[in-house]
Design a protein around this ligand. Structure first.
Ligand code: HEM
Length: 299
């Protein structure tokens, strides 16, 4: 169990954060928002690239631990580790992992370059989209006998929309914090939140729709659900997601700029409650790290 969380969380959190950085670049910073002042926009984009760099580091660490875990489970105690690692890399799983590992290192380089040369965002974005397929190609979706392509497509959309919502929220807080630091406390929270809310709303709809399809396919017959560890984990996940959604809705309702009698106080309240929302979302990722390692009874 611990090994599943220690290997699963960094991978999922890394994917969520790099997706959040790309979401910030394309949806939150620029366009017709109050953030389109070129100087401010370039600072924000560079900050978003820095966040992407952090996410890539988490992703590389997660992928390395994923490989170590897979090797531990794969290995023949009588043969040398290196021989087993070579054998593992020769499998379909190993090849998928190899491509993901190379892509995540290239992504880290793309984000580092994008801090000064915005053109590298055009390299970072397809890499992020491609890496969002790694969980589907190495998890239950790829292992399904029937409806395999549907489940893989649904899973990729699910992971991407989770990244846009939770990663986007992380990017809002990160870009605002970086800007306050570089400008001596001028906040951009209100315009960032205004740009983020419709994007988050759309991502949540896709997330719930894809999660429901994937749940429907994997869930065992109803009479077996109470005895199925996978179903119990899914129930725990849905409860944790409901908590994140409730916090998000509360933030949206109570912390809009219009409701701030004292702007400074309003912004710090929003920062704090958004951080709580982000922390609770980590429980969703931790439960998911256990969920994908538990075989649904339906299989
Ligand atoms: C904050 C919200 C959510 C986040 C961050 C999230 C994240 C994820 C991630 C990263 C995966 C792993 C994909 C894989 O390894 O194949 C996943 C799988 C899954 N999620 Fe979600 N998800 C969220 C909400 C939901 C909701 C609302 C549902 C149900 C309605 C759901 C149901 C599932 C199912 C069934 C799977 C596949 C599990 C498996 O392959 O064993 N998720 N989710």
């Amino acid at each position: 169990m611990t090994l599943d969380v220690v290997t699963g969380w960094p991978l999922f959190a890394g994917l969520v954060v790099v997706t959040g950085a790309v979401t910030a670049r394309w949806f939150l910073i620029g366009g017709d928002t109050a953030l389109s002042d070129p100087v401010r926009r370039d600072i924000h984009r560079s900050d978003a690239a820095r966040l992407g760099g952090l996410g890539s580091a988490l992703l590389i660490a997660g992928l390395a631990m994923f490989f170590a875990r897979q090797l531990i489970e794969f290995r023949d105690p009588w043969s040398p580790w290196l021989a087993d690692a070579r054998l593992l890399m020769g499998t379909a799983w190993g090849r998928t992992w190899g491509v993901a590992a190379a892509a995540s290192i290239l992504l880290a380089a793309a984000f580092a370059a994008a801090r000064r040369r915005p053109a590298f965002w055009w390299l970072a974005q397809p890499l992020v989209v491609g890496l969002s397929a790694f969980p589907a190609l190495t998890g239950h979706a790829a292992g399904s006998v029937d409806r395999r392509s549907l489940l893989i497509a649904v899973d990729i959309l699910h992971v991407a929309s989770a990244g846009v919502w939770i990663g986007g929220l992380a990017a809002v807080l990160w870009v605002d914090r970086s800007f306050r630091r570089s400008t001596g406390d001028t906040s951009t929270l209100a315009p960032l939140v205004a740009a983020f809310s419709p994007v988050a709303f759309a991502a949540v709809l896709v997330l719930i729709a894809t999660g429901t399809v994937s749940s429907y396919v994997h869930l065992p017959p109803i009479d077996r659900v109470p005895f199925d560890p996978w179903s119990r984990l899914l129930a725990a996940k849905v409860v944790a997601v409901a908590a994140v959604l409730a916090l998000g809705f509360h933030n949206l309702r109570t912390h809009t700029a219009a409701s701030w009698p004292d702007r400074g106080q309003g912004e710090s309240n929003l920062r704090r409650s958004s951080l709580v929302e982000l922390l609770v979302a980590q429980f969703v990722l931790i439960i998911t790290a256990l969920l994908v390692r538990t075989g649904p009874m339906s299989g």
